[in-house]
Write a protein that binds this ligand. Sequence first.
Ligand SMILES: [Zn+2]
Ligand SMILES: [Zn+2]
Length: 346
Amino acid sequence: MRAMYYEAFEQMPDIRVVPDPTPTENGVVVKVEASGLCRSDWHGWMGHDPDIRLPHVPGHELAGVISATGRGVMRYKVGDRVTVPFVSGCGRCGECRSGNQQVCEAQFQPGFTHWGSFAEYVAIDFADQNLVHLPDSVDFATAASLGCRFATSFRAVTDQARVRGGEWVAVHGCGGVGLSAIMIAAALGANPIAIDISEEKLAFARTLGAVAAVNARDTEDVAGAVREITKGGAHVSIDALGSPVTCFNSIKNLRRRGRHVQVGLMLADHSTPQIPMAQVIGHELEIYGSHGMQAWRYDAMLSMMAAGKLDPKRLIGREISLDEAVPALVAMDRATDLGISVITRF
Ligand SMILES: [Zn+2]
Ligand SMILES: [Zn+2]
């Protein structure tokens, strides 16, 4: 099969022919029809992710059709249209048994712990526990965009932050995660505020449901601006980018007893950011991480999509080829694209 492949971090990947994968006993092989390009892939390629062993094939936001199954797979068969969360749980550990596959102790992550979906085929382990059947109404590119950013935002907004109608929700960073969070918070009846340094992204965020916008490039005190808009601070704030500045502002702009959710990854030099802990204590703030979403929670997200309340297709920017994904991946940290790039030609 053709795959994007690298032997060293920070060196230009190439497209080459590698052996086709075979399924494990409880796994499947998926013929990849779409695979989204994500900042996590860039982090991995930079060497920021300790799970990656070289040589490597990246790619973790995928959708496709099952082309082979292991003997132990009961719920899926060849020809099924599927997607999968980027964290797949083993199904056996305590976290998995409690329904929290997103923090499984032996997690399988295509594109990180194993070879991923920037390829014609990808092997997925623990299939019965993790695959999600795709309704015919959801196209592959849209389904691929769910796997990481949209699903992660769904869990962050609905389950971790427990956003309710009427609440102010500040969203720091309007990339894929942030725009998803704005769409989801608006669908739940909350009042999202978009924060970014790009006017274009802020304007797009308004079309997705943001009721106010703060340009962090022109605003000296971002947290103060949010507190002013919300008359006292946001009920919920999400750092969708992952940087010391956005993390700090996201906590700083909360009202008393507010909830901060960290979704943007904090890796390498950013892994121990400054946090206004006196405010966390005095105002009884809650601080959460959010890491993907369990396969069993996809039902709620897919039913909101079927009902027309969520339309993740609007977040897709470009559909590109596997070859075009190489320059797109290495330039990801400088990307100014509006919307998610998805590989749909392999
Ligand atoms: Zn597990
Ligand atoms: Zn991702």
